[in-house]
Design a protein around this ligand. Structure first.
Ligand SMILES: Nc1ncnc2c1ncn2[C@@H]1O[C@H](COP(=O)(O)OP(=O)(O)OP(=O)(O)O)[C@@H](O)[C@H]1O
Ligand SMILES: [Mg+2]
Length: 351
């Protein structure tokens, strides 16, 4: 791949916009550009864009500040408008499947089929049972179009729209590789949403979106200390506005809420293990901004009884000149989606 061929990965999250451009070089992956810009709390809520003009202005700012000149972009959607299901269908050829998929999707998707973009992947053929397993993905067209329009309004050319959970898988596969033998749970905990993606034998066999994340920790700190959102966010990260002491209630509030996020994740993992027949989850890998909360990995480990590793996706990345390596590492856990997106084209070219 020549220089600058990768797409710019654009992650419009509910707390912030992240952009990333990286390329595979001789010594592994190098980050060429990256940017981060917070969004005001009501601009994007649970994956829904409430204030498009604020998002576009913020996106333009982050692109300018990070000196991204590449126009072709990969975006990601998540939240309520995305449905991912593992389904079983009779064995058929690729051509038959392409014809049948709309009908099959209709049986499993709670939206009008005309309103969604459907995609699928064959997970496994089981000729003995005359069946095959598919991973079915559907995302609402209006949300895809809305995100694409935001990108166009910021002078980008959107060419790929992916799903958060899969972008994380893409980044993980590129940075760490996938094991045929192991079942690994990838967990991304953001501000308002979390995603779980269980990989068995290098394919995704279970994904779930959890409508919870770091915001509920911030809200609990606000409730217990009476400070506004921005200050509660600082307290949560172990900082204070004037360098003064952090109120003593903060630590307790964090522990309490972190445990409830861990409980949600445990419920999803338990559901996977009870229903999938794919065996035990060997370990979990945690990323996203809320993975910075030190108590979260311990709480998941305690509840789900699997080892949990906090993963900074850019940990082993080199940086090209002009990229602030220290800032990159600090923002690392929040960059998994944007990194997975920028890697889309190289990975496609490879496979
Ligand atoms: N050092 C830190 N300590 C604790 N929490 C942190 C830290 N840094 C970031 N966070 C939290 O991480 C969250 C943002 O993470 P991320 O950028 O992954 O979410 P997002 O993509 O904007 O949101 P979502 O995916 O939910 O729409 C916020 O709740 C923020 O408070
Ligand atoms: Mg996110």
């Amino acid at each position: 791949m020549g220089e600058g061929k990768n797409l710019v990965g654009v992650d419009i999250g509910s707390s912030s916009i992240k952009v990333c451009q990286a390329k595979e070089g001789r010594r592994g992956l190098a980050v060429q550009r990256f940017g981060y810009e917070p969004l005001p709390p009501q601009a994007v809520v649970d994956g829904q864009v409430m204030e498009p003009s604020v998002v576009v202005e913020t996106l333009k700012r982050v692109l300018a500040a990070s000196k991204v000149r590449m126009k072709e972009a990969a975006l990601s959607v998540s939240g309520q408008s995305v449905i991912i299901r593992k389904i079983t269908v009779p064995v058929m050829t690729e051509a038959e499947l392409a014809e049948q998929i709309t009908w099959e999707a209709e049986q499993h998707i709670p939206f009008d089929i005309k309103d969604v973009q459907v995609d699928y992947q064959v997970l496994r053929r089981r000729p003995d049972a005359s069946q095959m397993d598919l991973l079915l993905v559907a995302a609402r067209k209006d949300q895809i179009n809305e995100y694409a329009q935001l990108a166009r309004d910021a002078k980008l050319k959107p060419v790929i729209v992916d799903i958060d959970a899969f972008t994380i898988q893409n980044a993980y596969e590129a940075m760490r590789g996938l094991s045929e033998q192991e079942t690994v749970a990838l967990i991304n905990v953001g501000a308002s949403l979390s995603s779980l993606n269980v990989l068995s034998g290098a394919t995704s066999t279970f994904t779930r979106e959890i409508a919870s994340g770091g915001n509920i920790v911030t809200e609990e700190i606000q409730r217990q200390t009476g400070v506004p959102f921005e200050i509660a966010e600082l307290y949560k990260a172990g900082e204070s506005p004037d360098g003064g002491p952090i109120p003593p209630q903060v630590a307790g509030a964090i522990d309490q809420v972190v445990d409830s996020i861990a409980a949600e994740i445990q419920r999803s993992l338990d559901f996977f293990m009870a229903t999938s027949g794919e065996g035990e989850v060997a370990r979990a890998v945690l990323t996203g901004g809320t993975s910075n909360l030190v108590g979260l990995s311990a709480a998941i480990q305690r509840r789900a009884r699997v080892p949990v590793e906090v993963w900074n996706p850019v940990q082993n990345c080199a940086v090209e000149s002009g990229v602030d390596g220290v800032l990159l590492q600090r923002r690392g856990p929040q960059l998994a989606v944007a990194l997975g997106l920028t890697l889309r084209r190289t990975r496609e070219a490879r496979s």
